[in-house]
Ligand binder design. Structure first.
Ligand code: ZN
Length: 76
């Protein structure tokens, strides 16, 4: 798999994924992703993205404006 922006190789790593949604800012730390060393872009795999959506849904119920969550502590 290559970066869609610069075509460099992607390596497995972890990123801090920031979601800005309806006035809520959700920071999800340690999200596994394929990271581009060249431009810093990252790509999250489908199963991980689905877990992120679940986390985001739960946070939205919380009504917190800013929420920081660690992916490795929430993912079963
Ligand atoms: Zn790139």
């Amino acid at each position: 798999m290559n970066c869609i922006l610069c075509k460099s190789n992607l390596i497995k790593g972890a990123v801090n994924h920031i979601v800005d949604l309806d006035g809520h800012i959700i920071i999800i730390k340690n999200v596994p992703a394929n990271v581009c060393k060249q431009c810093g872009e990252y790509f999250i795999e489908t199963d991980v993205a689905m877990k992120l959506e679940k986390i985001i849904e739960d946070v939205m119920k919380n009504k917190a404006e800013i929420f920081v969550v660690n992916y490795s502590e929430t993912a079963a």
